[in-house]
Write a protein that binds this ligand. Structure first.
Ligand SMILES: Cc1ncc(COP(=O)(O)O)c(C=O)c1O
Length: 391
């Protein structure tokens, strides 16, 4: 007999949106404040400082009221002109999005498609750059959320360094989870969003622009208004910093608290914690006897993607986990929809969240007829955490 409670505690194990810490939730629950007033001024001043830390940049970080895709679109419209050639290194659904946005604005897209579940091959990108010296940019993805791959954006940036070409990085799910150093690695434009590893609700997106990229901004002729970087630069440089239009004030209040938590934990510690999450989930998955879709390596620390076992629709797994166990994981996107499921672990997570997820997954799989030694996945995850000293 199955006893179902309608009041399960809810654990959100998706790669965005992700759980928001209580402090941040409470901050946004307060009465509205005005975005041109002194109190907001103090909050945004601190947010800007902390965003620079998270992006590892000394440049401005522009803040948009939009989702992550808005920040992606902002990069395209601010850097390029009609018919410009861009190279897109796509490793999945979000790499494809770079190509789609670029095409929508009439750019000439050279699309490199890498096998889903694998990293972008640096040699292939190098060859494309050599063959297309007139290309103005390489658009790539840091953490490819649809597959669990984290690309070597540092190596991609090396390829464009001495060329009249910018490297543009989508770090929507990677920033604040996996190592990323905007200035040190020479990343020209990095975009991200509030609702993943930054542990805030959806509603805000960000972009950094290097000195080299700013020259592209000066020359760009694509039409733009809401996302015009010149407007954002002028506003963010005011004292206190401003946004040109009404910001998502409540999300900003939450983000202020979440960023403070990130600052206190420290990026290096956060990157390490995420590596351990990824490792624990992978070891559990392999012990259970499932096959990983994402790479079996420590770079893959934001999302773990898993092949659903032969004959089991991943929708069944995700639905049972959500309805009967209170744990939400994600299905596949694009061409791997119906084939894989994904466990998100970028953001406000801890050991107990991972262990609970593996426990529920084991139970669901067993009930769906996929047999293995019960508890073996949980044990494997525990071992990883114990060895890393993470409790
Ligand atoms: C890597 C990546 N890029 C872009 C996006 C798009 O962000 P949003 O859904 O906030 O527009 C997402 C979010 O799902 C993502 O994970």
């Amino acid at each position: 007999m199955v006893i179902m409670s309608h009041h399960k505690k809810h654990l959100l194990m998706t790669p965005g949106p992700t759980p928001v810490p209580e402090k941040a939730l409470l901050a946004q629950a307060r009465g509205m404040i005005h975005h041109r007033g002194p109190e907001y001024g103090e909050i945004i001043t601190r947010v800007v400082e902390n965003l620079k830390y998270v992006f590892q940049t000394s440049r401005d970080v522009f803040i948009f009221t939009s989702s992550g895709t808005g920040a992606m679109e902002s990069a395209v419209v601010n850097l390029f002109s009609p018919n410009d050639k861009v190279i897109v290194a796509s490793t999945g659904n979000f790499g494809d999005r770079w190509a789609n946005i670029s095409s929508a604005y009439g750019l000439n897209v050279v699309k490199l498609e890498f096998e889903w579940g694998t990293k972008a091959d640096i040699d292939v990108i190098k060859k494309a750059i050599d063959e297309n010296p007139d290309a103005k940019g390489v658009l790539c993805t840091h953490s490819e959320t649809s597959t669990g791959v984290v690309n070597d954006v540092k190596a991609i940036a090396e390829l464009t360094k001495d060329k009249d070409m910018v490297v543009v990085v989508d770090a929507v799910s990677g920033l604040g989870a996996c190592e990323l150093k905007t200035d040190e690695w020479g990343l020209d434009v990095v975009v991200s969003g509030s609702q993943k590893a930054l542990m805030a609700p959806p509603g805000l997106a960000f972009a950094t622009v290097s000195e080299k990229a700013w020259k592209f901004v000066e020359e760009s002729k694509l039409p733009k208004f809401y996302f015009d970087y010149k407007k954002y630069q002028a506003s963010i440089r005011k004292d206190p910093p401003q946004s040109p239009f009404t910001p998502a004030i409540s999300t900003m209040l939450a983000l202020g608290e979440s960023l403070q938590m990130i600052r206190e934990e420290g990026l290096e510690n956060i990157w390490k914690r995420h590596i351990v999450f990824g490792r624990a989930v992978r070891e559990a998955i392999k012990s259970i006897g499932l096959n990983l879709f994402s790479p079996d390596d420590d770079s893959s620390s934001a999302v773990t993607a898993v092949w659903s076992p032969e004959g089991i629709d991943p929708k069944k797994i995700t639905t049972m986990m959500r309805v009967e166990y209170g744990i939400t994981i994600a299905g596949g996107q694009g061409k791997v929809k119906g084939k894989i499921f994904r466990i998100g672990h970028c953001g406000y997570f801890q050991r107990s969240d991972i262990i609970s997820t593996i426990d529920a997954l084991e139970s669901v799989l067993w009930r769906l007829g996929f047999k293995f030694e019960k508890g073996i996945g949980v044990l494997a995850a525990q071992k990883v955490f114990d060895e890393a000293g993470i409790y």
